[in-house]
Ligand binder design. Structure first.
Ligand code: GUE
Ligand code: MG
Length: 300
């Protein structure tokens, strides 16, 4: 038996349609459309691609997309001043500062300056704390998208052994918090973990978020496990005897894993598209909350 392929791209398209369907009621109540503002500093090519696709998806959902492109030598003070302006702008429901930022800018200071109630990335310490104690706030888009895929596939997650490989603030740590909130038994593994293959083999749910191409091998996976591959690594095709150019691979050796797992997300077309769809979802939720418009529970 080979694993079922979890179609994150299709799931994300459905989520984006659900978000779009909830925009007109907001507009009728608030007299404006939800607004997402993205700030990008510098010219990083991959970042430019993500920012463009975020902008297109935002407009396709019927929301207002604004992008501020700042030069790489922008001072931290100028960036903080822009965030202050966006915090004060009532038409801005979501602020996303594209990471990574140039080295002369302190990311934590920048994130701390964003109004937590506009922090649709869920990176502000206030939202990190809210997630930790189970209060309503914003949850980082990638982990929330992973949970949506897992619940769609498995239903109730309670009691399952979940192993998260990677401890970043953006994916690993919030992913572990969300799985814990779903009553999984959660292990966070990382580069210092002893017997990493053995730890992974205990997982009913294995989430790979380490940023190392194809690190997780087929014999690290419990037969039938659900594997969520968060990695997006662009590798040189020639290392695989290919024609040249580059291709995207995850943190999981897909060809091996697909022979063992019960279900697995592909790269591309798995978790990546969910990140953008959840960003739109968070922006919509922000708009509804900020204007005090009721959003039916469980509607998104
Ligand atoms: N403040 C901030 N928030 C972010 O959410 C954020 C960020 N900074 N910096 C960069 C990363 C990266 N990121 C992705 C979003 C979508 C795909 C995506 O849609 N990927 C497609 C393929 C994309 C391709 O072909 O290159 C897929 O996996 O199928 C990937 C990566 C959001 N990020
Ligand atoms: Mg990511």
């Amino acid at each position: 038996m080979t694993a079922a392929i979890i179609d994150g791209k299709a799931f994300a398209a459905t989520l984006r349609e659900k978000v779009a369907a909830l925009v007109p009621a907001f507009e009728a109540a608030a007299g404006r459309r939800p607004g997402l503002t993205v700030v990008i500093v510098g010219e990083d090519a991959a970042s430019q691609v993500y920012v463009r696709s975020k902008g297109k998806a935002t407009e396709a959902a019927g929301m207002v997309s604004t992008t501020h492109r700042l030069p790489a030598d922008t001072t931290q003070d100028d960036l903080l001043a822009l965030i202050g302006t966006l915090n004060a702008d009532p038409t801005v429901d979501g602020i996303l500062v594209q990471l990574p930022l140039p080295k002369h800018i302190d990311e934590q200071v920048v994130i701390a300056t964003i109004d937590p109630d506009k922090d649709v990335d869920g990176f502000h310490v206030v939202n990190v704390g809210r997630l930790g104690v189970g209060q309503e706030g914003f949850v980082p888009c990638t982990p929330l998208g992973c949970i949506m895929l897992l619940e769609d596939r498995l239903g109730d997650l309670s009691g399952l052994n979940a192993v998260v490989v990677g401890r970043s603030n953006i994916v690993g740590k919030p992913m572990a918090q969300l799985l814990l909130a779903k009553s999984c038994t959660v292990t966070i593994a990382h580069s210092r973990t002893q017997d990493l293959p053995g730890v992974c083999r205990r997982a009913d749910i294995l989430v790979a978020a380490v940023g190392r191409p194809e690190m997780i091998k087929g014999d690290w996976i419990k037969p039938g496990a659900t594997v969520i591959d968060v990695g997006i690594n662009r590798i040189d095709n020639r290392t695989d005897g290919g024609e040249g150019g580059t291709r995207l691979v995850g943190d999981v050796d897909f060809a091996e894993a697909v022979e063992v797992a019960g279900a697995i997300t592909p790269v591309p077309g798995g978790v990546g598209p969910m990140t953008i769809a959840v960003l739109l979802r968070n922006t919509l939720v922000s708009a509804y909350r900020r204007e005090g418009v009721a959003l039916g529970k469980g509607s998104i």
